[in-house]
Design a protein around this ligand. Structure first.
Ligand code: HEM
Length: 184
């Protein structure tokens, strides 16, 4: 009897420890997706909002990488040794995502008409940054689709856990108590 109570307490403690970080990850991933999709349409937002959105996107990406740093190091070490096929594919996709996001941000800054002049930086460039900027944005969109497909189970689980909590329902309590689904 006391053993059951103790293990229940253990699960409760683990739950309260793990929930905030997975919630932070979930909200951050959601923000990254939303900002990216908004930034894909500069003609709709206007260039001023576009560039500031790009800056917020850059900051969130850096935080996202820091939050997943342990995973990045662990998989890098195991990459050429023993690693499950899906984890390997996931890692390769993430490397491409990182490369194209870096190109996107760099070319956006080089072509900047708002943030750089705001900081007092002005220069004439003969290179067509806009082409590379647009190209990398489209490649990222493609990789993001695959990235979302690979993480679909996690997304559904987290959406059930957090998003459905916003809508009061008699099911939400039983959904809340599930502990599975924290990302590897
Ligand atoms: C989430 C990140 C971003 C995405 C998805 C994105 C996407 C795009 C796309 C699709 C275009 C249209 C390109 C074309 O029509 O040829 C564009 C244009 C542009 N972007 Fe970005 N961008 C991002 C971040 C940035 C950043 C950080 C900056 C600068 C600080 C920036 C500056 C520009 C500029 C100056 C243009 C050209 C606008 C014009 O001349 O009409 N972008 N971007």
């Amino acid at each position: 009897m006391s053993f059951v109570r103790k293990s229940k307490k253990k699960v409760e403690r683990r739950k309260t420890k793990k929930l905030p970080i997975s919630k932070v990850n979930y909200l951050m991933d959601f923000a990254i997706l939303l900002i990216f999709l908004l930034a894909m349409e500069p003609s709709a937002t206007g260039i001023v909002i576009h560039e500031w959105l790009g800056l917020v996107f850059t900051i969130i990406i850096v935080v996202h990488l820091l939050l997943h740093w342990a995973w990045i190091i662990a998989i890098s070490k195991r990459f050429f040794k023993k690693l499950a096929g899906q984890a390997r594919l996931n890692f390769v996709l993430n490397i491409f995502l990182f490369i194209f996001i870096t190109i996107l941000i760099f070319t956006g800054i080089m072509d900047s008409k708002v943030i750089l002049p705001f900081l007092g930086v002005r220069f004439e460039s003969i290179f067509n940054w806009r082409f590379l900027h647009n190209f990398s944005a489209n490649i990222i969109l493609l990789i993001l689709g695959l990235h979302i497909a690979l993480h679909w189970k996690w997304i559904v689980l987290m959406t059930r856990r957090y998003a459905t909590n916003l809508i009061p329902s008699h099911h939400s309590r039983s959904r809340k108590t599930k502990t599975k689904g924290d990302r590897a």
